[in-house]
Design a protein around this ligand. Structure first.
Ligand code: HEC
Length: 209
């Protein structure tokens, strides 16, 4: 013990030169975890919005969604009419954007049509779901053209109601019939399902109010 004490102390090593380095978050350092977690949460939010959001495009609601989200302050009537104005593209190729049809091509008009403007939309909904063939009189002209296509498998209840609301209530076409609700379409869709999609004819629609 006494020997050790008497040993000369070694000269202190020179202080290492100070190395200025950028502050870093070392991998595995506990202080990085809040940031990693935040990143994961933000990425999750991004994926959620990316997968479920409409990206401000109304037309995507056709595919994934049964009905577009309600717009605060707009009545169901206005929402149906606006949606119908877009969805009417499904009919415009034949009945024309102005609803006048094309007598030359044997396409009857929807503007002023007695099939459209009935108090109840029951005939029009049936025609939209399963189409109509055979002679049909519209505004004093008889059309007989098998080209009308069924929309049962193409349009959902909201879309059929929307188009019917737009066509029936289109003031620019001189049409002034009431709103059609998705529930009415649903009831008729289910009530006529057993017909197996047979097209309607003037005679088979006669008993329908
Ligand atoms: C491919 C052409 C075509 C398309 C698309 C079409 N229709 Fe028709 N539509 C016809 C034809 C042709 C008739 C007449 C059928 C007949 O002669 O029996 C008709 C008849 C009708 C009638 C009864 C007669 C009248 O003029 O009022 C209604 C109502 C009707 N269509 C509504 C619609 C609606 C609503 C759509 C869109 C969802 C639509 N149609 C899409 C061709 C079409």
């Amino acid at each position: 013990m006494s020997q050790k004490k008497s040993k000369p102390k070694p000269a202190p090593a020179p202080a290492p030169a100070r190395v200025e380095s950028e502050p870093t978050i070392a991998a595995g350092s506990s202080s990085a975890w809040p940031f990693v977690l935040l990143g994961v949460v933000l990425f999750g939010c991004f994926l959620y919005v990316e997968n479920t959001g409409g990206a401000f495009r109304a037309d995507i609601y056709q595919t994934g969604m049964k009905t577009p989200p309600p717009v605060i302050g707009e009545s169901i009537e206005v929402q149906l009419y606006k949606e119908g104005a877009k969805q009417y593209a499904a009919c415009a190729g034949c009945h024309q954007p102005n609803g006048l049809g094309s007598p030359a091509l044997n396409f009857p008009p929807l503007a002023g049509s007695e099939w459209v403007l009935r108090e109840k939309p029951d005939r029009m909904i049936r025609i939209m779901l399963d189409a109509i063939e055979g002679p049909v009189s519209v505004k004093g002209t008889v059309y007989d053209n098998p080209a009308m296509v069924p929309f049962r498998e193409v349009l959902n209840d909201f879309q059929v109601a929307a188009i019917a609301t737009f066509v029936r209530g289109n003031a620019e076409w001189g049409n002034k019939a009431g709103v059609v609700l998705p529930e009415q379409v649903k009831a008729i869709r289910e009530g006529t399902a057993s017909r197996g999609g047979a097209k309607w004819r003037t005679e088979s629609l006669d008993p329908v109010p």
